[in-house]
Design a protein around this ligand. Structure first.
Ligand code: NDP
Ligand code: A1CAB
Length: 279
């Protein structure tokens, strides 16, 4: 991963198309980094979302595309894959000279190029921990994006956490299945672990606290350790002990295999989204 030299003073005006969850996470990161709210323009048709942007982030949003978009040097597409084509039609004429960054799952840069009339496109797959500066984003740049463009994208995304470039665009579907959707898997495990704690006599509050701290601690240990996850797991698993009982049951139930299968469903869905909504 290369480092960027782009400071926030060098940021162009940035237009967000769609002002929902993911756009807010990226805007929050930019503001934390010192980018002034006046450098950010948002197009967001839903009044509730526009109010939330104003109240929570101090960013004013337009209900529809307008000439104001012409001043954007970077356009961030943060609409659902299902709405992308429709959202692009009124925006494209104002933004042909800009660099484009799409976070939409599945939608290929060929589709985005067709809708926006430019090939200067980076496709990204962020995740919601971006809201607290702990995001992980996979990135793919078309060959038409130069080093300066990539540095700008890195500076924007670095404000939300870590990033990793992929060489082939289709690898972003794997990133989507892994780190894009991944926070939901973590939350599902948190729900199940909390429920189990409650069933065994702990309060819901205490059980949740233990579960969250266990994920944080486990992830931090893995991040700092030179050992593999398998070795770290074996260190917890005393022969004939409690962890052994739990892990053996999970393996007998083929939990790892089911988990891998589930992630392949997410990857397949990314490809379906491209086929259904990329035309
Ligand atoms: N949430 C996640 O964890 C992640 C999401 N993504 C991707 O980010 C994108 C956005 O997802 P997310 O932020 O969760 O979704 P949200 O629904 O929170 O945000 C999308 C926003 O776009 C608005 N919108 C709809 N149509 C238009 C339009 N024509 N012009 C401008 N804005 C429009 C929506 O308004 P309204 O509600 O009125 O329709 C909504 O506020 C998706 O493509 C998703 O694949 C990527 C990584 C992770
Ligand atoms: O579920 C989705 O389609 C989006 C993309 C990754 C996370 N949320």
């Amino acid at each position: 991963m290369s480092q960027t030299n782009t400071s926030h003073t060098a940021f162009p005006s940035i237009a967000f198309i769609g002002g929902g969850n993911m756009a807010s996470a990226i805007m929050g990161g930019l503001l934390r980094q010192g980018v002034p709210a006046s450098k950010i323009i948002v197009v967001e048709p839903f009044e509730g979302a526009r109010q939330a942007l104003q109240n929570n982030l101090g960013i004013a949003a337009l209900p529809v595309a307008s000439e104001a978009l012409r001043r954007a040097g970077l356009v961030v597409w943060a609409v659902k894959p299902q709405s992308f084509k429709e959202a692009a039609a009124p925006v494209a004429d104002f933004t042909r000279e800009a660099l484009h960054l799409s976070v939409a799952a599945g939608i290929t840069t060929d589709s985005v190029a067709g809708w926006t009339g430019t090939r200067r496109i980076v496709r990204a797959m962020p995740n919601t921990p971006a809201l607290v500066g702990k995001g992980m984003t996979g990135l793919y740049a078309r060959p038409e994006v130069d080093a300066q463009g990539k540095a700008l994208i890195e500076a924007v995304i670095a404000s939300t956490g870590e990033l990793s470039w992929v060489e082939k665009e289709e690898q972003l579907d794997a990133v989507t299945a892994l780190s894009g959707s991944g926070p939901a898997y973590v939350f599902l495990f948190l729900e199940a672990m909390t429920q189990a704690g409650v069933d065994m006599g702990l309060s819901a509050e205490q059980s949740y606290k233990l579960a969250v701290a266990t994920f944080q601690g486990g992830a931090e240990l893995a991040a700092r350790s030179t050992e593999s996850a398998e070795v770290l797991r074996q260190r917890v698993t005393s022969k004939g002990g409690t962890t052994y009982a739990a892990i053996t049951h999970m393996q007998q139930q083929k939990l790892p295999e089911h988990f891998i299968e589930a992630m392949r469903k997410a990857e397949a869905r990314a490809k379906e989204l491209a086929a259904e909504f990329g035309k």
